[in-house]
Design a protein around this ligand. Sequence first.
Ligand SMILES: [Zn+2]
Length: 267
Amino acid sequence: MREPRSYSTQSIILKHADLGEADRIITLLTPYRGKLHVIAKGARRPISKKAGHIDLLSHCQLHIATGRNMDIVTQAEGIEAFLHLRSELWHMTCGFYLSELVDRFLEEQTVHQDIYTLLLDSLRSLDSDAQRIHQQRTAGTLDSSQEHGRTQLLLRYFEMNLLSSIGYEPMFRSCAHCDTELEPVENGFTPALGGALCPNCSHLWAHPLSVNALKALRILQRTEWERVPTFRLEPRLHIEMELAMHGLLRYHLERDLKSWSFLEMLR
Ligand SMILES: [Zn+2]
């Protein structure tokens, strides 16, 4: 059967790269075709009608013509632009980080509807959090010590679910080495073994993991984001959870992500 000459797909824009004088190669995440690279001709011209709709992180409907080497965007319509997210540097950086994670972990054209939904829902959550922060700042009611708390949990939730979707579900219930159920005591954590380790396996710990960090990570693992309680965590607990999750990501990717140092600087 011959490939159809064109198709239409919902997309989230993950990445841009310049091509020639005026064109762009864009990396998309789509629900039914996975990750794709396509060409957007003339997208860097100031008068381009497509340009606004294919900004990074935009959710849009694209019409795409099948090309000999690469497919080409023929028409773009915006669905959601996430304007609140774009007006807060922290939230925008979080959004870029999520798209970087997806781009790094997904192979081209492998369909992952669950990850598409995860990314779309997470961008919506970032957008509404950015709106809330902006309103509180304007009203003078913003508690700046808690400003990034909810979004930091969202990043951990996203990392956890992304890893699980691609078959690397972190172990937080039973010991990643001996499989004994973990007790509410200080346990340990070793990215190379895939999660938390019990005190009997402490010779294999890369670093300790506190009871509270383990509890919070378990909640994120077993709860839909909308139902994750709005708990206030101490900054060191956020750092502990981040250390554990970044350890796993680094282990699977064998490298750091570009966004990490920028997020750390903003925090
Ligand atoms: Zn053990």
